[in-house]
Ligand binder design. Structure first.
Ligand SMILES: Nc1ncnc2c1ncn2[C@@H]1O[C@H](COP(=O)(O)OP(=O)(O)OP(=O)(O)O)[C@@H](O)[C@H]1O
Ligand SMILES: [Mg+2]
Length: 504
């Protein structure tokens, strides 16, 4: 046998298309060539594989012309993930292991010079791709990556710590030591999050956040410094209903692409809070190979942008499209990648540079011009995409000094879950995602409410988008109240959440 074919996978966005690693040995001038649109990291595999085979006591065919082809040739391939399949291909092509014993497996793993297997990025995405294609093959992964991949049900994931573990597993049946099956890491109970109750007062803001949680709406908090905006945001993800198995897998797979997945956070909705110095690439994704940005890492969870006006304008504008489409396509000269990005946007800001505009406690020192410039950093189109705006005013000292009061987060979460369940039963979507005909059907208004809405829209000069957003929010208010139809009171509450910054 001088030709061997080993199966592996590449990463393209969240998908992982199949790659055949073909290894051919021929007589002739000794060489080791790697072809098939491989980037430098993959090309360095030659040195790692050569050393790993030698130090593991296996034979590297020094006197042969070795050609490794990664097919299909037009699919870009990156990272050291192909080290293990290349090494196995060389062993099979040179007759040191039996090629037939490798059928039924796919391999991914980076080799150390001593033959040890190092974790790979995106192991969960590889496993997910295998499951979604319904193949019968098992996946062999470095032990450090196998645990997260084992969260995907219905496929066999084997863990190996060293190249020799894999070699021993594919010896003729009587001598073989099979690789252990990986199990998902024991669920570590999530540390109890900070509670909703810690935030004193702020009942209007809490109510708005409850509505946002129920319908999946985006929300902006505006208020002076130190009134609890960041506190509220940190506690917001705890109000959301738990993720379904599919959502949890997608979220974990995206985090795993960046090496950010923590088993302890399994099934917890992600809360991503990038600093305001973040670039647009950090926020929406990019680079070569394309990596997911914060908006994709917040998929099915919350993206919190604290101090919104401080973010670079370009970064904020880049959010406009994914906010509506729930995905991002990153195009670079050589390649394109698509990542899902169905995140819920939460943002906070001060009303003016000094922060005290509108406060009854302290006078604002900013000039009208400075205020306009500050608020103008958030473009109209972005503001137009934010469903709810809410004021978070200074808390009176009496309220702060009072012992714990208000509802526990669990109680709010229960109401949110009921309202969410109503939406899914009725329309199969969250209210924030309603559009077109279903929007009209499920947000129908009676004559009085319709008149009221038209008047408000005319007076506040709303765009068509704003008009529909108010309807969606009103639908969520009605769902929280357990009402089948939107009543005037629901609508009136929804309208008041669009007026804080006086734009949109
Ligand atoms: N409503 C509140 N209830 C209890 N503690 C509060 C409240 N508001 C503020 N605090 C206290 O003030 C600290 C700062 O609050 P937080 O970071 O949420 O303010 P902020 O509104 O985000 O301010 P900034 O605009 O400066 O970012 C909190 O850690 C907490 O100790
Ligand atoms: Mg803050």
């Amino acid at each position: 046998m001088s030709l061997a074919v080993i199966r592996s996978r590449s990463l393209a966005g969240l998908d992982a298309p199949e790659v055949s690693v073909e290894v051919h040995l021929a007589n002739g001038l000794p060489s080791f060539t790697l072809v098939g649109l491989a980037d430098t990291e993959v090309k360095e595999a030659r040195e790692r594989v050569r050393a790993a085979l030698a130090t593991s006591g296996l034979e590297f065919p020094h006197n042969k012309r070795i050609t490794v082809n990664l097919a299909p040739a037009d699919l870009p391939k990156e990272s050291g993930r192909f080290d293990l399949p290349i090494a196995l291909g060389i062993l099979a092509a040179s007759g040191q292991i039996e090629a037939g014993r490798l059928d039924g497996f796919e391999f991914a793993g980076e080799l150390g010079l001593a033959g040890d297997l190092r974790p790979v990025r995106g192991a969960l995405a590889l496993a997910l791709a295998l499951q979604r294609r319904g193949t019968e093959r098992a996946l062999v992964l470095p032990a450090a990556s196998a645990e997260e991949a084992a969260l995907v049900e219905g496929i066999a994931i084997h863990a190996a710590s060293h190249l020799l573990d894999v070699v021993r597993a594919v010896l003729p049946a009587q001598d073989a030591t099979p690789l252990p099956l990986a199990r998902p890491g024991a669920a570590i109970p999530a540390e109890p999050g900070a509670d909703w109750r810690d935030v004193k007062g702020q009942s209007a803001a809490k109510r708005a956040l409850e509505i946002a949680a129920a319908g999946g709406h985006s929300l902006l908090m505006v208020g002076p410094p130190g009134t609890g905006k960041s506190m509220l945001a940190q506690r917001f993800a705890g109000l959301l209903p738990p993720m379904t198995q599919d959502e949890a897998l997608e979220s974990a797979a995206l985090l795993s692409l960046n090496g950010d997945f923590r088993p302890a956070r399994w099934r917890c909705r992600p809360l991503r809070a990038p600093h305001h110095s973040a670039s647009s690439v950090a926020l929406v994704g990019g680079g070569s190979p394309p990596r997911p940005g914060e908006i994709s890492l917040a998929h099915h969870g919350v993206l919190f942008l604290d101090e919104l006006p401080e973010f670079p304008r370009a970064a904020l504008e880049a959010l406009r499209e994914p906010l509506e489409s729930g995905r991002i396509v990153i195009s670079r000269a050589a390649r394109q990648a698509e990542f899902p990005a169905r995140f819920q946007l939460l943002a906070a800001m001060n009303p003016c540079p000094c922060g005290h505009l509108g406060s009854p406690l302290r006078a604002c020192r900013c000039t009208p011009d400075a205020i306009a410039r500050y608020q103008g950093r958030i473009s109209g189109p972005l503001l137009d995409r934010i469903d709810l705006q809410v004021e978070v005013p200074a808390v009176a000292p009496e309220a702060l000094a009072a012992s714990t009061q208000g509802e526990a987060g669990a109680q709010v979460a229960e109401r949110v879950a009921l309202a969410r369940a109503r939406q899914l039963r009725r329309q199969g979507l969250r209210n924030a995602e309603l559009a077109g005909e279903p929007l009209e059907a499920h947000c129908a208004l009676d004559a009085a409410a319709s008149q009221f809405l038209q008047k408000a829209a005319a007076r506040l000069a709303w765009s068509a988008r704003s008009f529909h957003r108010v309807l969606r929010v009103a639908r969520s208010v009605a769902d929280l109240a357990g009402a089948d139809r939107i009543a005037l009171a629901h609508l009136a509450e929804a309208i008041q959440y669009r007026r804080v910054l006086g734009v949109g």
